[in-house]
Design a protein around this ligand. Structure first.
Ligand code: ADP
Ligand code: XUL
Length: 548
């Protein structure tokens, strides 16, 4: 278990549990809402705690580098392990009032006709994974890192009337990792297993089903990441279902707002871990919609960058506005409004690749950032170790360029020689400039950027973020904003279910304020350098994509 138990102070009666099943780990945050306190915060890393699944960074790789899956049973076993650990750590699970959760978005779990019964009759004396062994019509779940559905995307996009029409209908153009194209590929390549599939879940709704002991709905935040939901009406889009796969409507659970209570926590979990029978199990959502709440992004102009396995940039949107270029996404926000999002696949793992290439630790990496100037004397590195989502790049590879920092019209030269210090700065600068360039369509005007995710612990990286975006960057106490957001959603749903009319600003108050004095301000001179460099960066992207 990573991250040690954090059990602070005396535990009070109204506790709420937020779980987050991310790419690399499962986390739990317990809050005492009356006391406005996080009383427990713990993570379990999949590779370290469950090595028998053979994952690398939580994923199973196949000979085809475009195919990336994870074993759903691993998530279930992790849930059992984490609950057991919480009990050992003395968390009074009997005082938890409601549970909600967050899942990595887009990943899909395929259940056979035994699943529904198995969920309803989970045996408390057997491990959860053993209970659920025979319920899958597909052993592994394609996750958001999978980019093997280019053909299916083209088929769906064309059947829905092209890129803009697809985005207008579903909130996004057809994307390789989105669930609709993934379902279509499964139907085309394994028609028998598709036929044996009684129910398709997302990572979020699958884990919600295990908590509630019944097939759970999919919320509007995660549902929007499927290319299957009508983004305006928030119902399944009949034409999108039809062009994706036959009989799909029957295999999908209902859609629901993310504050919906599914029912009580299953009898099995109550017996196994001491939850009260009346504890409410809420619908789960995607990690990015949950982070919106965990960071308090509930008003126009609020924006965040999450530096997790992927880097994502997202912001609150009252009215649904699409990216007509088809690079970005619109999802439902847990507040009932919308959120705009861009997902950059080569995030933390790309930074790690450069760090490891030169046998550095994070201190060594940060020293390299300190030893090099903003603008890096014109050295730029496009870190597409994996096929990139934004901009769309299907052939992985890294590209080094030398540009004229003073004049963006000069053609970028190709740089051949690797250099440790230059490459460390170049990867971070390229990631930040890419996010700035590709989020223009969102028209967000933030007064500050909220930074979250594992790498937000690194202030040297956040300084480059502040300089590139010309905007102060703030951190909140908990880097795990998705798990915190899930716990706060549990509070909101529980209050609404008990007949009260909770206001989001009251629910998040006291949990989402930036750490006092943690704000990182942009340096005016560095910001000037990046205002110019971002245009040269765009030229490098065009050059590299043109050659691919
Ligand atoms: P996810 O939620 O997607 O599973 P996390 O938000 O937990 O991922 O982030 C994990 C990543 O954080 C790791 O891959 C690691 O590269 C990065 N990370 C952790 N600490 C640092 C640091 N000090 N500097 C830069 N990156 C870091
Ligand atoms: C968002 C996306 C990732 C995953 C994993 O569209 O693909 O951010 O949610 O974190």
């Amino acid at each position: 278990m990573a991250g040690g138990a954090r059990l602070k102070g005396k535990l009070m009666a109204n506790l709420f549990l937020g779980l987050d099943c991310s790419t690399q780990s499962l986390s739990a945050i317990v809050i005492d809402h009356d006391a406005r306190q996080i009383v427990y915060n713990r993570s379990l890393n999949f590779d370290q705690s469950l090595p028998h699944y053979g994952t690398i960074n939580g994923t199973l790789r196949s000979p085809d580098p475009l195919v990336v899956h994870s074993p759903p049973l691993m998530w279930i076993e992790a849930l059992d392990m984490l609950f057991a650990q919480m009990k050992d750590d003395g968390v009074p699970l009997g005082e938890v009032r409601a549970i909600s959760g967050s899942g990595q978005q887009h990943g899909s779990v395929y259940l056979n006709k035994r699943a529904s019964n198995a969920l309803a009759r989970l045996r408390p004396n057997r491990p959860l994974a053993e209970n659920l062994q025979g319920v899958f019509s597909r052993d592994t779940a394609p996750i958001w890192m999978d980019s093997s559905t280019g053909i299916e995307c083209a088929e769906i996009r064309s059947a829905l009337g092209g890129l803009t029409a697809t985005a207008r209908k579903t909130g996004s153009d057809a994307f390789e990792r989105f669930t609709g194209p993934q379902i279509r590929k499964f139907y085309k390549t394994e028609p028998d297993h598709y036929a044996n599939t009684a129910s398709i879940a997302l990572v979020s709704s699958f884990l919600a089903s295990v908590i509630a002991g019944r097939i759970a709905p999919i919320d509007h935040g995660d549902g929007a990441g499927m290319n299957l939901m009508d983004i305006h009406r928030k119902v399944w889009h009949p034409q999108a279902l039809k062009v994706t796969a036959p009989q799909l409507r029957k295999k999908l659970p209902p859609l629901a707002p993310s504050s919906k209570v599914i029912g009580n926590v299953s009898a099995c979990l109550s017996r196994r871990y001491g939850f009260n029978r009346g504890v409410k199990a809420l619908v789960w959502s995607g990690d990015n919609p949950c982070s919106m709440i965990g960071l308090g992004l509930i008003r126009e102009g609020a924006m965040a960058i999450s530096l997790g396995t992927s880097d994502t940039l997202f912001g609150y949107m009252r009215r649904c506005r699409m990216d007509e270029r088809g690079e970005g996404h619109v999802f439902g926000a847990p507040t009932g409004d919308y959120m705009a999002l861009g997902c950059f696949k080569n995030g933390s793992l790309a930074r790690e690749r450069i760090r490891d290439l030169y046998h550095l630790d994070w201190n060594g990496f940060n020293q390299a950032l300190a030893d090099t100037p903003p603008g890096n004397h014109g050295a730029i590195l496009l870190p597409w170790f994996e096929p990139e989502i934004v901009p769309r790049v299907s052939r992985p590879g890294i590209h080094r360029f030398l540009v004229n920092v003073k004049d963006a019209r000069t053609k970028p030269e190709i740089l051949r020689d690797p250099d440790p210090r230059r490459d460390c700065r170049a990867v971070v600068e390229a990631q930040m400039m890419s996010m700035r360039l590709h989020s223009r369509w969102m028209k967000l005007r933030p007064k500050q950027i909220h930074a979250t995710g594992g790498a937000s612990a690194n202030t040297a990286i956040l300084q480059i973020m502040a300089d590139v975006f010309r905007c102060p960057v703030a951190r909140t106490e908990v880097a795990k904003s998705a798990a915190l957001g899930a716990a706060l959603r549990a509070v909101h749903g529980w209050l609404a279910h008990s007949g009260r009319k909770p206001r989001w600003q009251d629910v998040v108050a006291g949990f989402t304020d930036p750490i006092p004095g943690s704000q990182i301000r942009p340096n005016a001179n560095s910001a000037k350098v990046y205002d110019k460099l971002v245009e040269s960066y765009a030229a490098c992207e065009r050059d590299a994509i043109g050659r691919l």
